[in-house]
Design a protein around this ligand. Structure first.
Ligand code: GAL
Length: 364
């Protein structure tokens, strides 16, 4: 009986491995048989292994009760739980105190310092989404433990590279600061930089975020800023742990969240979502000839079942592999956050534009 059981365990492991399929929306068990708990995640490829970092979600709350988790894999389908890469703390008043919000973690490897650098979106415990800060942590090992360096707003006291005119030109904008939202005049003020100017001294807001490393080794922090109304792209320092002060505003007033970025040939592509909280909406697609823009908007890249709601999900990362690019998204379940599901779909090209076609099942 025992032998039969062992034989079955061996065979079933083999079947799963041989299949190597991705079923978006399904429970995705790790090596312990538990659904992978790494939401809003991103993937690092290092020394022949993939490392998946994400938000640990509990059954009751979308706040962080555990921290940022890590899983590793050789084949992208079978994932081994590696533990908590950056835990919450039990110290009252600490920036990472249990109950804070840690979202959309992304890890990049810096070849010159040989450090792994983790960027995430941080909100302080009990303060909702008001802090709108980045968090950054480093480690000597991909799986951690990561040492929290600091949190902050972005590029205080610095103007974006693509701002029209000078800061003095924006001084009349404060008239609109307390004005009624969504009026045409208010929208124009937002496009002109109303909230960028408001946050100029203290630094720019940073909520939904990703990190992109270009082929020349330069890294960029891409985040929803200015009250989630405008995206910003900020260059990171050579060691990837700070901002250099060089940044641009993208799609001012366009209300983009969940930025995901990849490069294909000489074109930079970005897939984002609209701003409807945990509820899914239609994905947006942008392209640019340089990370510094100009960024141009295209139609929804999604095709097939539920393409108008990003298949019920919201993008979190685009993994580029030698075989192609993979779009990763989350199907959020805010009433049972730990049961949120994953969507992974290959990106194909049609008439020069990226297309994300729904597939019930596919393999690498
Ligand atoms: C989503 C965002 C998530 C989380 C959520 C909170 O739009 O992408 O990362 O912040 O809002 O409502």
């Amino acid at each position: 009986m025992k032998i039969l059981l062992l034989l079955w365990m061996f065979l079933s492991a083999f079947i799963v491995r041989a299949e190597g399929t991705v079923r978006s929306g399904a429970v995705w068990p790790d090596n312990r048989g538990q659904h992978i708990n790494a939401h809003g995640g991103g993937i690092l490829y290092h020394d022949g292994r993939y490392y998946w970092f994400g938000e640990h979600k509990s059954a009751e709350t979308t706040a962080a009760l555990v921290g940022i988790t890590c899983y590793s894999s050789e084949n992208l389908t079978d994932w081994r739980y590696e533990g908590v890469a950056l835990p919450v703390t039990d110290t009252a008043g600490d920036e990472l105190e249990r109950g804070c919000i840690m979202e959309r973690p992304k890890v990049v490897y810096n070849a010159s310092t040989r450090k792994f650098v983790l960027w995430f979106h941080l909100e302080f415990k009990g303060q909702g989404y008001g802090a709108a800060r980045y968090g950054v942590a480093v480690s000597d090992h991909p799986t951690g433990p990561y040492r929290f360096l600091r949190s902050g707003r972005v590029n205080a006291g610095v103007q974006p590279l693509n701002m029209k005119g000078s800061m003095a030109d924006l001084d009349t904008l404060d008239v609109w600061e307390n004005a009624e939202w969504w009026t045409p005049q208010w929208r124009r003020a937002v496009e002109d930089g109303l909230f960028m100017r408001r946050d100029f001294d203290g630094g720019q807001m940073a909520r939904d975020q990703t990190v992109f490393v270009d082929t020349d080794g330069r890294a960029y922090h891409i985040y929803s800023s200015e009250e989630n109304l405008t995206l910003q792209i900020a260059e990171l320092s050579p060691d990837y742990t700070a901002h250099t002060g060089r940044y641009i505003r993208v799609a001012p007033g366009g209300q983009n969240e969940a930025p995901t970025v990849f490069r294909h040939g000489d074109t930079y592509w970005m897939v984002t979502s609209g701003c409807t909280g945990w509820a899914p909406n239609r994905a947006r697609l942008f392209s640019a000839p340089s990370i510094w823009g100009p960024w141009r908007q295209h139609d929804n890249p999604c095709r097939g079942k539920d393409a108008d709601t990003t298949f019920g999900g919201q993008g979190t990362y685009i993994l580029s592999t030698p075989k192609g690019h993979i779009f990763m998204a989350d199907i959020w379940r805010p009433k049972q956050p730990d049961d949120s599901r994953y969507i992974w779909l290959p990106i194909t090209f049609e008439d020069g534009l990226p297309v994300i076609q729904w597939r019930d099942e596919w393999s690498f």
